[in-house]
Design a protein around this ligand. Structure first.
Ligand code: AKB
Length: 320
């Protein structure tokens, strides 16, 4: 049985990845680590949780040894929009956590999953059916970290034999923890605002296409790529994955069909407009399908129905 550490466990993905991993590998085999004690206090209600600064390599090494960890899910990252407010911090945090994870994985014989992103692509990437292997010249610090992270992870695999694997996540839509600081966050926020106020002001231009995944598919992507037969992997860092692509206007129109009183408008944030315009409209994820059987289950309509119900419940229970 695997012994797993989830770093940055209190964020949007970690909050749901921890119970998903517990279900597959057992409660005791999953350690949830986060920087902030108040987040660790929340996590400890449903997991073995510890406070850890991923940049503190000695504490990180001690935890790996004490817990006999063999698999690291490194989710530590400042996202695209927040990264632009403090590029130096984004670089030192995103790359520092990755470099420590790779070096400690080498010393302790661990596998490492570090999500990449559609943010790894840039303006001169082909935007329609963006290929697995293509031009990658992002113009955000987040994207620069993601491309560097992909290259570094592949380097640690080919040079030192570390088992590194990854997927390029699009926007992830979920109703566990809210995302924070991303360009795709609008596609989550809108559901809470529909439930609470019946209206939403969107900061991304109405006609910008971006790929999205519903959380259950994102969780499966993270565990399936780590379980894949290594001999079938032509790629490692990182695989395109997607299940839907839409514009804000298309999403809001589809919500309005279910909630006729819903209204929305736009107050475009120039940073988010620039970032979202530079990202793909839709990815080609055929390599993930061929090499490890990627097969997402959630499309736009099922996702909207599920999100509306879950967010209405959360608002009714006073959880938002
Ligand atoms: C962001 O918007 O920054 C993230 C991402 C697509 O990586 N959600």
């Amino acid at each position: 049985m695997k012994r797993i550490l989830v770093l940055g466990a209190g964020g949007q993905i970690g909050t749901e990845l921890v119970p998903h991993l517990q279900k597959h590998y057992g409660y005791d085999n999953v350690i949830a680590a986060d920087l902030k004690p108040e987040i660790v206090a929340r996590l400890s209600k449903g997991a073995r949780a510890v406070t850890l600064n991923a940049l503190d390599i000695e504490s990180y090494a001690k935890l790996l040894k004490n817990e006999k960890i063999d698999t690291i899910y490194n989710l530590v990252a400042l996202l695209s929009a927040t990264g632009e407010k403090n590029p130096q911090l984004a670089w030192s945090l995103n790359m520092g956590a990755l470099l420590n994870s790779l070096n400690l994985a080498l010393d302790n014989n661990c596998s490492v999953f570090t999500p990449s992103s559609i943010g790894a692509f840039g303006e001169n990437t082909p935007h329609y059916k963006t290929p697995q292997d293509t031009v990658m010249r992002p113009n955000t610090i987040y994207g620069v970290c993601k491309v560097s992270g992909e290259l570094l992870s592949d380097y640690y695999h080919t040079r030192f034999g570390v088992d590194t694997r990854s997927v390029r996540f699009p926007g992830i839509i979920s109703n566990g923890a809210l995302p924070g600081g991303g360009t795709t966050d609008y596609a989550v926020e809108v559901f809470y605002e529909v439930a609470k106020h019946g209206r939403y002001t969107c900061e991304v231009p109405k006609d910008t296409y971006m790929d999205m995944l519903y959380m259950p598919d994102a969780l499966n992507a993270a565990t399936q790529v780590m379980e894949a037969d290594p001999y079938k992997l032509v790629h490692r860092n990182s695989f395109n994955v997607t299940s839907m692509s839409f514009t804000p206007e298309q999403l809001f129109t589809a919500i309005k069909k279910r909630v006729p009183s819903f209204t929305w408008d736009y107050k475009v944030d120039p940073v988010k407009a620039q970032i979202s315009a530079s990202w793909p409209d839709c990815l080609d994820d055929s390599c993930a399908r061929e090499e490890w059987g990627w097969n997402p289950q959630w499309g736009l309509d099922e996702m909207i129905d599920d999100m509306l119900e879950a967010c209405a419940r959360k608002v009714a229970n006073g959880e938002y």
